[in-house]
Design a protein around this ligand. Structure first.
Ligand SMILES: [Zn+2]
Length: 291
């Protein structure tokens, strides 16, 4: 679809209600391709990627937002990450067949941890919620209820080709004299079906849902799959491991091989590389690292 891999903000004119619509296409496929995920796992991952991007879009920051699920059910680990440049990556682990059902059936008992790292002031915020509800969107609404105290609703859907989400949020500054608007918009939003989310471009969908309201849809902003791993970061990690440990791996295997779980990139370090890591002051990049 033409609005694939974009985020589109919209707002209800002269009001305190805004929204975001996100559709992932190629970026979702790029994440799916890393592992041979069962379809049910891939769709949960797709929804989580959309959700993390929607969450990221609701805050002003420079850094990364990570949504992580740790649980004991069929899917036992899931990570979805987005940064302020709308670069996304993610992965999931599963231990048995994933049934169709509610969150408890898919994830068992567990929790969702949302971590926001703000590079600008080196601050970290972390919020933890239970995996309560029927669908992933329910757990995320729980997170908003707990942390943001902004009224927020969201809807997520994924199939084998795309992952889609829509978020509605009522901002605290009450410019509106239409006090009923949030209530109306929330009710209309709740009528959205999976089929509509997956099948309609943002503009058409918003028209179908909110045609009696005055909605302004902004230009789409691109979203892409990009892993933030780099040789420099792995070097820093090896340095943290210590020379003694590094030497013992070298002695045992000849080289140190480190793979990135997010993108399957492999980094190899031989004797000379390791020597260099521990003999010099490690260059730590200050700007964004290349892949
Ligand atoms: Zn990577």
């Amino acid at each position: 679809m033409s609005d694939a891999d974009t985020q589109q903000r919209f707002l209800f004119e002269h009001s305190d209600v805004r929204g975001d619509f996100i559709r992932l296409g190629a970026s979702y496929q790029a994440v799916r391709e890393r592992y041979s995920y069962p379809e049910a796992v891939a769709r949960q991952l797709g929804q989580a990627l959309v959700a993390s991007t929607l969450l990221s879009a609701t805050i002003k920051y420079s850094g990364s937002l990570v949504m992580q699920i740790q649980s004991n059910g069929p899917i036992n680990m899931l990570v979805a990450q987005c940064n302020h440049k709308r670069h996304i990556r993610g992965l999931a682990r599963w231990q048995r067949d994933v049934p169709t059902g509610d969150l408890a059936q898919i994830y068992g008992q567990g929790r969702m941890v949302i971590t926001i790292d703000n590079e600008r002031n080196d601050e970290r915020y972390q919020g933890i919620v239970g995996l309560d509800g029927k669908v992933l969107a329910d757990a995320i609404e729980g997170y908003f209820k707990q942390s943001e105290q902004l009224e927020t609703r969201l809807w997520l859907a994924a199939d084998e080709h795309q992952a889609v989400g829509m978020l509605l949020q009522r901002l605290p500054d009450s410019r509106s004299n239409d006090s009923d608007l949030w209530h109306r918009v929330e009710m209309l939003g709740a009528t959205v079906t999976e089929k509509e989310l997956l099948g309609l471009p943002a503009q058409e969908l918003l028209h179908r849902l909110f045609h009696e309201e005055d909605v302004r849809l902004f230009e789409p902003e691109p979203i892409s799959f990009r892993c933030s791993c780099s040789r420099e970061k792995i070097s820093t990690m090896l340095k943290g491991l210590g020379n003694k440990e590094a030497q013992s791996i070298l002695k045992e295997r000849g080289v140190i091989e480190v793979g990135c779980d997010f993108c399957n990139q492999h980094y190899t370090f031989d004797n000379v590389d390791v020597e260099e890591i521990f003999s010099t002051e490690l260059h730590t990049p200050t700007s964004e690292t290349r892949h």
